[in-house]
Design a protein around this ligand. Structure first.
Ligand SMILES: [Zn+2]
Ligand SMILES: [Zn+2]
Length: 262
């Protein structure tokens, strides 16, 4: 299993880093996890969008979903391969189709006839349930955020990848992360007084979760440009002793061994 980070910026994309979008591949299977601002362009550096097998969405905030309308356009209007194309499985929270339709269609009249079901086969996420995509088994864990949100533990029989999505520290993050070979965990904030408790993690909270999990290797993610990435990283490194780095857009990571492939 290998993870390509298409984007990992928090809140807004930067000139070189789209918002959250991950490409997870094993054998011939390719799965997107989240698809935030700027992700459609980045995806095309690594994979023909026609070759996707499924999309998985942690939650419906724009920085995790904003480029899904671009994927809709690609798969609805690109004539190449139209005959073989089937609706793409979309494992996403309740309301995902309405969310994409609202972003895509500019008027109430257009939205009334826009359900995106010709492009996406919506399979609502449920906490505690698992689903398979090719050789990958996704375990769905509810996490704590300002809207319904999930994180995932993904297994291919040989290695485990864990992704927190957006979350405060919670039992769901601990469960999905436990013993993961590669943990990608959000670390949005420096520690400050008065932070909301159930929204995002500080560097310290992310590092503590990685330490509790005994993660083999940890990637921090979801750094907004206005936060001090060095301070957040230092907080996490002070409490987690394993290999730690910020996730980098464009990088590919072997899960369970090996270094990034560039
Ligand atoms: Zn969010
Ligand atoms: Zn976010």
């Amino acid at each position: 299993m290998r993870l390509t980070v298409l984007g990992c910026a928090g809140g807004i994309p930067t000139p070189s880093n789209p918002n959250t979008a991950l490409l997870l591949r094993a054998a011939d299977t390719a799965v997107l996890i989240d698809f935030g601002h700027g992700a459609m362009g980045a995806l095309q550096r690594h994979l023909d969008p026609e070759d996707l097998d499924a999309v998985v969405v942690t939650h419906l905030h724009a920085d995790h979903t904003a480029d899904l309308p671009a994927l809709l356009v690609q798969r609805r209007y690109n004539p190449v391969g139209r005959e073989e194309r089937r609706p793409l499985p979309l494992h996403a929270p309740d309301g995902a189709i309405e969310r994409i339709g609202t972003a895509y269609a500019p008027t109430a009249e257009a939205r009334a006839s826009e359900d995106a079901s010709d492009v996406f086969d919506h399979r609502p996420l449920r906490a505690g349930e698992s689903f398979r995509i090719g050789p990958l088994t996704f375990h769905t864990h509810e996490v704590e955020h300002t809207v319904e949100a999930f994180g995932f533990r993904v297994e291919d029989g040989a290695s485990t990848f864990a992704f927190s999505g957006d979350s405060g520290p919670c039992a769901g993050v601990d469960a999905l992360a436990a013993g993961a070979d590669l943990l990608m965990i959000e670390a949005t904030w420096e520690t400050r007084p008065g932070l909301p408790p159930h929204n995002h993690m500080t560097g310290t909270q992310a590092g503590e979760a990685a330490a509790r999990a005994g993660a083999g290797r940890t990637l921090l993610t979801h750094n907004p440009t206005w936060r001090d990435a060095d301070e957040v990283f230092a907080e996490a490194a002070a409490v987690y002793g394993g290999p730690l780095e910020w996730a980098r857009a464009g990088e590919t990571y072997e899960v369970g061994g090996g270094e990034g492939e560039g």
